[in-house]
Design a protein around this ligand. Structure first.
Ligand SMILES: [Zn+2]
Length: 503
């Protein structure tokens, strides 16, 4: 393609158009853009700053179409729209043409799993930055970057490496397309536990969607939690031919959880954290001897030993909880293998990393009580966080702001975890209030542990599970209970955490 030609990108205030404009500009093409929004309403205008891309905001003028040699319309643009007619017979270049013409040309590493993805991705990137390695960033403010084309386009932006979180998608094919179109050569799977079952039939159907990550990696390098029977089962089932590196944690199991094996049998997992631990199935699937194993875990002093295949490291952690020992171990291996860094360049960042905001985050101290929020919003995530919270702090009150994506079954699981680990429960989401009322009917003795804040009209507002008012009211209720520690769980709790300052 001739570098003197000008690409006219329509929709530069949308994520895809914005990324495409910057990718083409970085690769040396002339780029102009347009969008129906005005600059003040353009969500990603800031990302275009410093790029020397002329943008026509509002209605695309004749000048835009005159200057552009090729038009890149948004995928959503209707062929009947007036904008489409304005293009006349200019050659059209589409999203997939960009993906085909411009390759990522850098090593790309993907992180997936049900829990711990964001912590893992954030920390691995931090280690890269601390060592002068620049990961490509999408720079789309406020976007999680999980939507299918964002990681694919992001990997084509300038940077030394790509470190990309691959989200939990229900739709078959999506994960496979991301792995393929980013040219991913390595990856990490944190765990696979039941969640997001709304679009899919069974847990195994869900697991098989995640399995695309494995099958599309081909001969790549895969770092996995070996204590997760689902991951290890899928690796066997798919006959993965790349390099597998396993990690695990040497701790005594403290519960038994049932999980479906890839062979179809139910297996009892002696759990260290939810869904992961020691397992044996009649089909032969069993916990492997991990390549990297964390031992001597001291959560109070935040230290553990990590046995690598060649040496023993002493790891200092800046975060709490056994689930984070898994997360950090995975990150240390990824930084060593993928970023090719020696351990002494990795461990200082591990020690100074105090976590992603919204993950076991202490928000405030109000009336002498410590208030934490955690983003946990699926049954396994909630169980893990509350269990670790119990170990660390003893008695606490849980404010539930979740409405589970797995529906009623997930909501029950979440409520039961709260009952199991916390002293008091304040149901703040509509879903948890419904369950609370059922529980109180069948077990009136729970009256001194479950505190219904208010009973609303059971209309779910928005997609977050609870409104800002419900979060605030829930926290207020929790502060009036006789317990020093409060943890509010769910996306709503983290989003509206500042409501605590109204109290
Ligand atoms: Zn089996």
């Amino acid at each position: 393609m001739n570098k003197n030609k000008t690409f006219g990108v329509i929709g530069v205030c949308g994520a895809n158009g914005n990324l495409i404009a910057r990718i083409l500009k970085q690769r040396g093409y002339n780029v102009i853009g347009t969008d129906l929004s005005f600059k003040k309403d353009c969500r990603f205008a800031k990302a275009l700053e410093g790029y020397d891309i002329e943008v026509f905001y509002g209605n695309a003028p004749e000048a835009f179409f005159k200057k552009a040699d090729y038009i890149i319309p948004p995928a959503s643009l209707s062929k009947d729209s007036s904008l489409f007619k304005q293009m006349g017979d200019k050659p059209i270049f589409e999203l997939y043409d960009v993906i085909e013409m411009i390759q990522s040309e850098k090593p790309v590493f993907g992180i997936t799993g049900t829990n711990g993805k964001t912590t893992t991705t954030t920390l691995l990137k931090k280690i890269a930055y601390d060592n002068g390695i620049k990961p490509c960033e999408h720079d789309l403010e406020g976007m999680q970057g999980n939507a299918e084309f964002i990681p694919i386009l992001q990997s084509r932006l300038d940077g030394d490496v790509g470190i990309i979180e691959v989200g939990t998608f229900g739709v078959p094919g999506t994960i496979g397309r991301i792995v393929k179109n980013t040219g991913m050569s390595g990856g990490l799977i944190t765990n696979i536990t039941p969640d997001h079952l709304n679009d899919l039939g069974s847990f195994m159907d869900y697991a098989k969607v995640k399995a695309e990550f494995i099958s599309e990696l081909g001969l790549g390098q895969l770092i996995v939690n070996g204590q997760d029977p689902t991951i290890m089962g899928l690796l066997r089932e798919l006959d993965f031919k790349g390099e597998v590196i396993t990690f695990g944690v040497d701790e005594l199991p403290d519960s038994i959880g049932m999980k479906e094996c890839v062979c179809g049998n139910e297996i009892a997992v002696k759990e260290i954290i939810s869904g992961c631990g020691y397992y044996f199935c009649k089909c032969g699937l069993t916990t492997p001897q991990a390549d990297y194993i964390a031992t001597n875990i001291d959560l109070k002093n935040r230290t553990f030993d990590l046995h690598t295949p060649t040496e023993k490291l002493t790891v200092k952690m800046g975060v709490d909880g056994l689930h984070n020992v898994y997360n950090l171990t995975g990150v240390i291996i990824a930084a060593h293998k993928f970023l090719d860094l020696p351990y002494d360049k990795i461990l200082p960042t591990i020690a100074s990393f105090t976590g992603v905001s919204g993950r076991m985050e202490e928000v405030a101290k109000v009336k002498g009580k410590d208030i934490f929020v955690d983003y946990a919003h699926n049954p396994a995530g909630v169980e893990t966080v509350l269990k670790e919270f119990k170990k660390l702090f003893g008695d606490f009150t849980t404010v539930i702001t979740v409405s589970s994506e797995s529906g009623y079954v997930g909501d029950i699981d979440i409520f039961n975890s709260a009952l199991k680990f916390s002293k008091f429960i304040v149901p703040a989401s509509v879903a948890s209030q419904k369950i609370a009322i059922e529980k109180l009917k069948s077990k009136p003795e729970l009256n001194d542990r479950i505190f219904l804040n208010h009973i609303d009209n059971f209309e779910k507002t928005g997609t977050l599970g609870a409104s800002e008012d419900e979060v605030r009211d829930g926290l207020r209720k929790a502060l009036n209970l006789d317990c020093e520690m409060v943890i509010a769980i769910g996306e709503a709790a983290t989003k509206f955490k500042n409501a605590v300052f109204d109290l």
